[in-house]
Design a protein around this ligand. Structure first.
Ligand code: HPA
Ligand code: ZN
Length: 319
């Protein structure tokens, strides 16, 4: 029986497996510049975040209809459930779809067709988190929040993702203020490739409750002390860090030292179709490469529920 866990850092577009990409391409009459699934898999060798993002955005071309988003989410939820995920807080990137002429309603309602019945169908409770693309303008982010207003009963929070360096959190101060005023929860990617200062800014300027990645926080002892003191959850993604070369090998990952320092770490999959594994695979990988004990693994699983946006009674049921 896999350890019950919550997944808090998961881009739904990053769960698009090659088989589904080709099936959706055929269904929608979209041609992909890869001969077959193996040729596509060959492209999964990334030098850094940007080289991954290029492929990630390119493959989204196959996602066009509500049914496509429903199928994508159902495929993810089935795989996650099989690996012990009982609760999933799921990012989506509407700007990447709006730019291709796919409406906000198509994306949200399509995802909701799967998420709305996920508890019954997969035994997984869910939340949806709308991410702004930080390499797009602040105005575009605000327009995206506006476009989401009819769907706020489906959306729990906002996040910030895409190319990090050169796009500091402060750029999105106003849109995060507007999101807070709408009652949305706030998270942001920070300290994946960007410096520890971006983590501080995400906390102080955007008012986030969790930091996605936050890996480079370890470079700043004062920041580590603060994150420990304030019990700020970090949604780490170990296999992602290896594939995007943020760490050299899994054995070099600072997760054990971060736990020893008292940081509230969680382990997540980020973009599992691209990075070699889902939530349970990430747990298995850190156990094997870093020799984490059962007690440490249970701490990571416990943290995932504590750091989630589940209400207290829901949290108890999910565990
Ligand atoms: N980092 C930033 N943006 C992303 C990622 C990531 O790992 N995955 C999808 N968008
Ligand atoms: Zn991410």
């Amino acid at each position: 029986m896999p350890l019950p866990k919550a997944e808090l850092h998961l881009h739904i577009e990053g769960t698009l497996e090659p088989e589904l990409a080709f099936a959706l391409a055929a269904r929608n009459g979209v041609s992909l510049p890869y001969a077959d699934e193996d040729a596509l898999r060959e492209a999964y060798r990334f030098a850094d975040l940007q080289s991954f993002l290029n492929l990630y955005y390119e493959l989204m071309a196959v996602l066009r209809t509500e049914r496509d988003f429903e199928d994508l989410a159902n495929a993810y939820l089935a795989r996650a459930a099989a690996q012990g995920v009982r609760h999933a807080e799921i990012f989506f990137d509407p700007q990447a779809h709006l730019a291709r002429g796919v409406e906000m309603g198509t994306v949200v309602e399509g995802l909701w067709r799967a998420l709305g019945s996920s508890r019954e169908n997969h035994g997984v409770s869910t939340r949806l988190i709308l991410c702004f693309l930080r390499d797009e303008s602040a105005e575009s982010a605000m327009a995206t929040l506006d476009a989401a207003k009819p769907y706020l009963d489906r959306i729990t929070g906002v996040g910030l993702d895409s190319a990090e360096v050169g796009h500091p959190p402060v750029k999105f101060r106003e849109v995060y203020e507007a999101a807070a005023a709408l009652g949305l929860r706030r998270v942001a990617h920070a300290g994946e490739e960007g410096p520890p200062e971006y983590v501080v800014e995400a906390l102080d300027v955007l008012g986030v409750e969790r930091i996605d990645h936050g890996l480079r926080s370890v470079e700043d002892p004062a920041l580590v002390e603060r994150l420990v003191r304030e019990r700020v959850p970090l949604t780490l993604c170990p296999l992602s860090n290896v594939r995007l070369r943020t760490v050299d090998t899994l054995a070099d990952h600072p997760l054990p030292a971060m736990l020893d320092a008292g940081l509230m770490c969680t382990v997540n999959s980020d973009d599992p179709a691209y990075f070699g594994g889902y939530a349970g695979d990430n747990f298995d990988a850190v156990r094997e490469a870093l020799g984490l004990t059962g007690e440490r693994l249970r701490e990571l699983a416990r943290n995932s529920f504590l750091a989630s946006f589940l209400e207290d009674d829901e949290e108890l049921r999910a565990r």
